[in-house]
Design a protein around this ligand. Structure first.
Ligand SMILES: [Zn+2]
Length: 333
């Protein structure tokens, strides 16, 4: 049983992936009469048409009665990404973005989180015409008015490339240097090699920002070993470390924690069942781990549920120790 009296902390949680069901229903109704061609770019439309699930998503636009459950019914990483694209197309204006930010923080407060780090991909919204300045101002204001402690992490989106990542961070630092407390890197691990992002992570470190990257989410350890040569404070997922004694050594020596997200790994098909999650081996070997939700809406979970999964595998005492250790890995400054 998870002790909810000691502070609940989630360091790997995405803004869009934390959308509330109420807000999602609102957005579906709001854009019900907008043609699909206006909601999705041709590339996004084609991406959704690739699977029968994606085609179901396309036909669900404008039908509030089929939502929001359909967005949680993916069965693979590809289908999860299709669902993510579909939901992201429903946040289109400054008002939509402001509502998303305030509702996500409100839900985190209701979840009784003591502290949360939320990763945001500004390009998802600037691409629809929302000014970067508005996004940064909204994030900064929300942080100071929120009833819980929250910090923002930047995700420039890996598939957009390393030059984009560095340029976006540079631009953000020139507009609002305190908007983000750290940087992340999410997206398809096979799109661009992690080593190309060294200048991006070095720029972040030079400005005192924390650094993390999604790597080793799939069970192949090559990208993870390359990532460990970069200036990273934490690793997003990193379950591939289970196959790499080299990674164990580096993670332990440098005290780099893996941001483990059990439900995410299961529901995107990276592991066959929660009972066989690599976190057991990683914990027993001595690799630092922390427990997180990733995308609580899409995986229909909470931080207490994720901690409970971990408790069933490694015991209450171990999870309590992990919760205590998590505080020292934050990017709060
Ligand atoms: Zn993630």
């Amino acid at each position: 049983m998870v002790n909810t009296n000691s502070p609940l902390i989630d360091l790997h949680r995405h803004l869009l992936g934390s959308i509330s069901k109420d807000l999602l229903c609102n957005q579906i109704s709001k854009y019900a009469s907008t043609p699909l061609q206006k909601l999705l770019t041709p590339t996004q439309h084609e991406f959704l048409e690739r699977t029968s699930y994606g085609r179901d998503l396309l036909s669900s636009f404008g039908k509030a009665e089929s939502a929001p459950d359909i967005f949680q019914k993916f069965r693979s990483l590809l289908e999860f990404l299709q669902s993510y694209v579909a939901v992201s197309s429903l946040i289109r204006t400054e008002d939509d973005f402001a509502a998303l930010v305030s509702e996500v923080l409100e839900e985190a407060a209701q979840e009784k989180l003591h502290y949360v780090e939320l990763t945001i991909s500004p390009t998802l919204y600037t691409g629809k015409g929302i000014p970067l300045e508005f996004i940064l101002e909204t994030l900064t204001n929300a942080k100071s008015s929120s009833s819980i402690m929250a910090q923002w992490l930047l995700d420039p989106m890996r598939n957009k490339g390393a030059e984009h990542a560095e340029a976006l961070l540079q631009q953000i630092l020139s507009i609002s240097p305190d908007a983000f407390s750290g940087v992340s890197l999410a997206g398809d691990e096979e799109s661009v090699p992690i080593s190309q992002f060294r200048p991006y992570f070095e720029l972040a470190k030079a400005h005192g920002l924390g650094t993390t990257a999604h790597v080793g989410e799939r069970l192949t350890s090559k990208e993870l070993e390359l990532a460990l040569e970069l200036p990273l404070d934490r690793i997003g997922h990193g379950i591939a470390a289970v196959h790499s004694p080299i990674a164990h050594e580096v993670l332990m020596t440098k005290d780099i924690p893996l941001e483990i997200c059990p439900s995410s790994n299961q529901q995107t098909g990276q592991i066959s069942s929660l009972d066989t999650h690599p976190l057991v081996t990683l914990y027993n070997v001595g690799v630092p781990i922390i427990i997180n939700t990733d995308d609580p809406f899409f995986f229909n979970t909470t931080i207490v549920e994720e901690l409970s999964f971990a408790s069933r595998l490694i015991g209450d005492e171990a999870v309590e120790e992990i919760k205590k250790n998590t505080q020292r890995y934050t990017f709060a400054g």
